[in-house]
Design a protein around this ligand. Structure first.
Ligand code: NAI
Ligand code: MG
Length: 362
């Protein structure tokens, strides 16, 4: 099969970590299992410098027609005073909105070699592999009304509105169940039906989608606050957690701390299925452009490389190659290779390109 992949390296360390992905694209093509055709374009501050916009119409067109998009990172102090709607993040928001990326996948994986860097005890996280599926385009971050009203006498009233409709819950639930079928076959659905109407509907819709379409998957409902507690108490009880935008924001950041460094965390954002059953998708590391270390070839490329592995698995159905890349990451960590952000006593410190070398040869 052949696929079109749009690369948007962006700003700061973005181009440095994306360069390692380009080497892996070449490796994929050499395996003969698929043909990846890449195009590169600008996003973020570098796009603003060139076009006066955080992403050009031309790049947006490419993003819509590509089979998948990989993004490095955007932003940096250079663009702090750029008008709000042209700031680097606007490029990312535009991509999320135009591709209707409603499902944010945030894995929390703990490589055994790094278990000591976790905020939790080694035995709790060694081998941890959770997938948090966060609804990304609805809920309280977007619901109307959203306002602050002046009530006089120094008093104000602030309102945010949590809104979900059936179709939004159905489609995120399907993503979670489909993922679980390819993993540990267990979904926890987190909401607060005890105090929120959106929680009641969430619970009802997830239950129905499960019964009608995915009864082979194990489903457990869990209150979101209990979920937060269980993630610290015994995280390995989870496989896939599906939840709304707000709870997902909090729970995914919480779970990520079980894994060690920001430089290790990949993500995927998936959109609606088209008529051919293919989803729009954007893959990116969780970290930002790290201006403090940019240009020195010391950034950790693993988050971006692991995001590429997710791209192979979810957009190109190349799970075997994704497994090999993830296996190579685990292997180089076992061999003692470390970038500065995950350096430990007695290990071998390497730069961005050298980490790419090690993973490629593994
Ligand atoms: P950041 O994630 O860029 O950096 C936070 C800290 O982690 C820094 O000390 C950095 O050196 C370190 N770090 C991050 N990624 C690393 C890697 N791969 N290897 C080694 N160390 C790494 O977050 P920060 O500093 O808050 O933001 C910097 C810029 O990035 C800002 O302009 C911000 O708006 C932007 N940003 C962009 C994001 C995106 O493109 N999705 C996400 C978060 C921030
Ligand atoms: Mg967050």
């Amino acid at each position: 099969a052949s696929f079109e992949l749009l690369l948007l390296p962006g700003d700061g360390i973005g181009p440095e970590v994306m360069a390692q992905v380009e080497r892996l694209v070449q490796w994929v093509n050499e395996t003969g299992e698929a043909e990846l055709e890449t195009t590169s374009d600008l996003v973020g501050g570098c796009a603003y410098d060139e076009h006066g916009e955080a992403i050009s119409e031309e790049a947006m067109k490419q993003a819509v027609s590509a089979d998948a998009v990989m993004l490095g990172a955007v932003g940096g102090p250079k663009w702090d005073d750029v008008p709000y709607d042209k700031r680097p993040e606007a490029g990312l928001l535009r991509l999320r909105k135009d591709l209707e990326l409603f499902a944010n996948l945030r894995p929390a994986i703990c490589y055994p070699a790094l278990a000591d860097a976790s905020s939790l005890k080694r035995e709790l996280v060694d081998g941890l592999d959770i997938m948090i599926v966060r609804e990304l385009t609805g809920g309280v971050y977007f619901g109307e009304p959203k306002e602050i009203t002046d009530l006089g006498d120094g008093q104000k009233r602030a309102v945010d509105t949590q809104v979900y409709e059936t179709y939004e819950i159905e489609r995120i639930a399907r993503v979670a169940f489909e993922l679980a079928q390819k993993r540990g076959n267990l979904v926890h659905s987190a909401e607060k039906r005890n105090v929120m109407k959106t929680g009641v509907l969430w619970n009802e819709v997830v239950t129905r989608v499960h019964k009608d379409e995915f009864s082979d998957v194990q489903l457990q409902h869990i209150l979101a606050d209990n979920c937060a507690m269980q993630l610290i108490r015994y995280p390995k009880q989870f496989d896939v957690i599906v939840t709304d935008n707000l709870f997902g924001d909090v729970l995914s950041d919480e779970a990520s701390m079980a894994t060690g460094s920001l430089g290790m965390l990949p993500s995927a954002s998936l959109g609606a299925e088209d008529e051919n059953g293919r989803r729009k998708a954007l893959y990116e590391p969780v970290h930002g452009s790290a201006p403090d270390i940019a240009g020195r070839d010391i950034a950790n490329p693993i988050a971006t490389i692991a995001s590429f592995a997710m791209c192979l698995r979810y957009s190109f159905d190349l799970g075997g190659l994704a497994d090999r890349i993830e296996g190579a990451i685990a292997k180089v960590l076992d061999q003692g290779y470390r970038t500065a952000d995950i350096m430990q006593d007695g290990k071998h410190e390497v730069g961005t390109t050298q980490m790419g070398d090690a993973i490629l040869s593994a």
